[in-house]
Write a protein that binds this ligand. Structure first.
Ligand SMILES: CC(C)(COP(=O)(O)OP(=O)(O)OC[C@H]1O[C@@H](n2cnc3c(N)ncnc32)[C@H](O)[C@@H]1OP(=O)(O)O)[C@@H](O)C(=O)NCCC(=O)NCCS
Length: 173
């Protein structure tokens, strides 16, 4: 199957938004998605973008059953390790089911690694749900280390009221 991996443009945000929802359905958390293509356009295509995105695209003659040619994406952003320095965090990696097994997931992942290396990143990190063994196996097959297993890290989040509470207790300037 022919495909190419390219940097996403603002015009891709509707496709990316659609696939974000598809990934959330796959992850059994469709209700968690609260953003639309509008926020993606605002946050990814402003002067200091909050994220970068690559898309996998097939030629028109190989479009999906529903008529889509943008059939996969990798959304990432830069972080910083106080131990190792520049890092890249892969927030989402997704290929539509009918296009899996054709090297697109690998192509997207490798491209993120290449872009990160160009920016002198020394790490590519991501989180994956514990039951998602196909993807855990996919990453393991590419050489990834499971930090929860090897080092015992937990993934921690503040949001909603808990985040409000923290912010409200910040020292006054
Ligand atoms: C994970 C995902 C992106 C992989 O994409 P894909 O296009 O199907 O994978 P590819 O065809 O690029 O596979 C590339 C390589 O990984 C291997 N691979 C794919 N799935 C694998 C698995 N479950 N276990 C081990 N290896 C696997 C392939 O054999 C291939 O090996 P090769 O490089 O030696 O040829 C895709 O399955 C997907 O979108 N899954 C659902 C969403 C998801 O779970 N995303 C990750 C959330 S963190």
């Amino acid at each position: 199957m022919n495909f190419r991996v390219r940097a996403a443009t603002k015009e891709d945000c509707k496709d990316i938004s659609r696939m974000i929802t598809e990934l959330a359905v796959y992850e059994n958390m469709p209700d968690q998605v609260e953003i639309s293509h509008k926020e993606l356009e605002r946050d990814g295509f402003c002067q200091n973008p909050f994220f970068q995105c690559l898309v996998a695209e097939v030629p028109e003659e190989q479009k999906s059953k529903e008529g889509f040619t943008v059939v996969g994406y990798a959304l990432y952003f830069y972080t910083y390790s106080t131990w190792r320095g520049r890092s890249v965090y892969l927030e989402d990696l997704y290929v539509m089911p009918e296009f899996r097994g054709n090297g697109m997931g690998k192509g997207l992942l490798c491209k993120v690694a290449e872009v990160g290396k160009k920016e002198e990143c020394v790490r590519l990190q991501l989180s994956v749900l514990d039951w998602n063994t196909p993807s855990r196996d996919f990453y393991a097959a590419k050489g990834a280390q499971d930090l929860t297993v090897s080092e015992g890290w937990h993934f921690i989040r503040f949001d909603g009221q808990n985040l409000d509470n923290l912010a409200n207790e910040a020292p006054k300037d």
